[in-house]
Design a protein around this ligand. Structure first.
Ligand SMILES: [Zn+2]
Length: 66
């Protein structure tokens, strides 16, 4: 009964399948690159994810690695 329960699901952790905002498709192993603040109310910041090939192609650095 000593299981580690993670109550927080950080948005910076890799997701199984998600939308890559750079090549505009659903793919695996995306990372959170940036959060766009639209500034028109709470919780409206859009998270932009990129897959690994796009990180290399566009020189993107995940937020968690900065
Ligand atoms: Zn991509």
């Amino acid at each position: 009964m000593a299981e580690i329960t993670q109550t927080q699901s950080a948005p910076t952790t890799p997701t199984a399948y998600a939308y890559c905002a750079w090549h505009k498709g659903i793919t695996r192993d995306v990372r959170l690159i940036q959060i766009e603040e639209s500034g028109s109310g709470p919780g409206t910041g859009r998270q932009r994810f990129a897959c690994h090939p796009c990180q290399i192609r566009y020189g993107l650095v995940p937020l968690a690695d900065r």
